[in-house]
Structure formats: structure tokens, C-alpha cells
Design a protein around this ligand. Sequence first.
Ligand code: G3H
Length: 522
Amino acid sequence: MTETTQRIPGIDDIPEWARFTATENRQYLQGGLRHWDGPLQRVVSPIPLRDSRGGVAQAHLGAVPQLSSAVAEASVRTAAEAFDAGDGPWPSLSLEQRADIVRTFVANLRPLRERIALHIMWEVGKVYEEALNEFDRTLEYTLETIDAALDLDKRERRDTSLQQVVGRVDLLPVGVALCVGPYNYPFYETLTNAIPALLMGNTVIIKAPPQGGLLYGLLLPVFARHFPDGIVSVLFGDGEELLLPIMRSGRVSILAFIGTSATADALITAHPAPHRLHTVLGMEAKNAGIVMPDAPMEITVEEVVKGALAFNGQRCAAIKILFVHAEVADDFVARLRERFAATTPGMPWEDVRCTPVISEGHAAYLEGLIEDALAQGASLENEGGGQRQLTLMQPALLSGVREGMRVFDEEQFGPILPVVPFQRVDEALHYIKHARYGQQCSVFGSDPSVLRRIVTASARYVGRVNINGKCQRGPDHFPFTGKRDSALGTVSIEEALRRFCISTVIATPEYPENTALWKRLS
Ligand code: G3H
């Protein structure tokens, strides 16, 4: 038995509180809760388990409906009819009325906290504490979104008189919003689009992610209880089978999508009138870190390790390539080597940072990136880095990475940190400037004049520059966006609200008669 196999538990090794009972969800939401008699999609965990004969396989978690394109078409028809060009009962409610409903919805989600976190842990392999944090962060985001919406609406509605015209702005919904989120934040990334969309009066179709989709079975009755039929649909199954017919219908007004740019393009171009489609897109990233010779070493090591390895590097905002000044490269890589060597992956109910990666296929892809880099002259700094048993993979620190290696350009979305030495900071800036992606970067240093120059340059290329800190989305009040192939549109608590509505002006020229009428109207 290898060392990694020894870390793979059998059922009896799992603490009682962390065990998962396989569940089969046969329900979906489309014009009310519905039962599905058709084929099911099997759900497996990234977590490998050892059986009594020593064999190892990914845990079986249950199944979700593998809905058909006919169901997808029905759901978009239902959502469009429920919206009814803005005349439907949901968009016709006042913002205050919708806010009350969303608030009660959130209150009724709260008791599901531990069950949802357990789902997140098993479905995507996230450490339990982080899964709880994903739940809490989502609810907090939702409640703050409600307050922000009421505040924004009040500000916009205020009368403004300019050039003899008095008017106000009403924030009105757009139509049907299709919300598609990723597996890495199966709860947070989908709901932080779906909730602002609903709050602003749109009708919503949620496509549950393939991993992290089983947890939506828990949400179905809560959605059904709080939102009138047709306002929210929740679909399960194959993305292509469901999403393409929905887009081809031409009935979607907003696509809120987090995933790859190739899929975003396929969905947008499937829409018969893409010029009417509002989009909120979060796509790939290859966030770079730049370590200058005067970087505060302890902080830098800490932030780089967190940035590269939190949730196995399976975060869009992970640090995915690190440029280290040649003057400190040996020392810095040695410090990282120590940290990587001490990072032993384990099970998400244990006290670990790294857990099994999302699938065996992805683990094999990561292995391919490491092999390619090593074949082209990179060095593996930590012994055993990249070794794996199914999905349980030892993080890998690669030094001597350079252009031409796949890991230099491709978004690994996994526990590999490629390190590129540089002599002149322009080499690192050149990478950031010419990369396909432009989400964030991190700069580590102490000299304000050097930092100012790097920050000013890199801010032109990416959506956020972090100084002596890892790349990250939070705090959620900050705009989260990216440039080039990384994102389209900005989300933050307030900006997300603006993405899901259209500022509609009601105005009148200020003739005395009109002014008198205006006062009586308001
Ligand atoms: O996967 C992308 C996440 O939105 C980034 O959020 O920085 O909190 O991991 P995070």
C-alpha cells in the first residue's frame, strides 16, 4: 500500500458526524415541484473510499434527474409566461414586497446550514469548515443584497431636475435570467446571481452544477414554498442538453454564467438575438503573483501558499503562476518547498488544506501538466509532488517554468504552483499584459515607488491588484470582475443588482402644469 492509499479511509474510518447517506432526488422545479420518472444522473464524490478488500473507488452519493430538452424548453416557456413582459405577478410586486419574500426564504434556508455544508463537503470535496463558511457567506451576501437593493431604489427614485426636465429612475426587471454556476462554489456562486435577479423582479432558471447539484434537492421545497409557481425553475442534467435549447428559444434576457469562455460563447451564440442578451460572465483566470526582492517574506509565503492551495487551487481567483525575482528565487522556493512538503492532502472532515481534486479526469489532466513541464526542463521541488491515488493528489511545486510549457499558459485549477524566475519586473508585467486572461494579480514587495509602478501597470490589465496578499473575490462589497477572457460585467453586492435591472426614466418637461401634475403623481 502506498503512502497516499493509506490516507484513503474506509467507511468505518469516517467520523459519525461526517457520514453521508446516498440520496436519490427525483424532483425538479418547473411551474411547481415535479416528479421525474425518466433517467437519472449518477452523482459521485471526489472523495475516494477504500472497500473491505482494499479496492479504492470514488464514493457514490446518489442521483439527480437527467432532464430532457423538452423539460428545458418547458421551463423557459413557463419563466417567460410568468414574467409576461413585466406584467406578471412577480415583477409587478413592489421591491419591498419581494424583499420580504426573499428575507423569509433566507430565514428558512438557515436550518439547512449543516446539511448543505455536508453536501458541499461530499459533492465537491471542500473542507467542512469552508463549506459552512460558503453557506454563511451566501446568506450574509443575500441579506446585504436586500438592504442594498432598497437603498439603491430609494436613491434612484429621488426626483432630479435638470435643464427644465424633472424625472426619476425606476429600476425595472429585464426578463428571464438563466443562472449557471460552477462546482467549486456550488451554493454561493449560483445564489449570488439568482437572488439579486429575483429581488429585482426577474424570473429565474437555475441549472444545478453537475457536482454540487444534489444539494439543490434540499433547496427545491424551500424555493417552492416561497416563490409563486413559474418564478424559479431548478433543472438537473446535462448542460448541453438543457442549456442550448433554453438559449435557442430566444426567451432568455440575462445569462448569468460562471464557467469556461468556450461554453459562454456557445450559449451566447445559440441565442437567436444575442444583441438583446444581458450577460454576467465569470470565466477562466490565470492569476499571477510577482515576488520582488524586498517582499515581506513571511507574509508572502503565507499568502502565496493560501493563494495557490486553498481548496486545492480550485478557485477562479487562485494564484496560478508565480514570478519570483532571481535575487530571492532560491531562498523563496526553499521556503515554499518546506510548506509544500508539509502540506499533506487528506479528507475534508480532517484538519487539512488540500483534499481530493474534483474528478479522476481532472487529476489526470494535472498530472499531464506536470509531466509536460518536467519533460521541458522544469524541476519538481517537493518530493512526491503530483503523486496521486485516484483523486487524492500531493500538491506540486514546479520551479524553472518558462514559456512553451503548458502550465505557463493553461489554467490548472488544481494544486500545482509553477514558479518562473525573472530578472526585470517588465518580464512579469509582459506576461500579465499579454495573457489571455485578466482577472487579478498579486504583487509582493516593500518599496512604494516600485510597487506604485507595478500596480499602475498591472491595474490596466486585470480587475484587481492585491498588494502583499493573495488574489480573492472578497470582501463581497468590492467589485468582482476581470478583463479580456476572464469576465464580462462586474458583480458586488450593489453592482450585481444593477446587472439584473434596467434603469427606466419617468420624466416631464417642467411646464408649470406638468410640475403640478408631477407632484400629484408622486
Ligand atoms: O472561484 C472563484 C471565487 O468566486 C473566488 O472567491 O476568492 O472567495 O475564493 P474566493
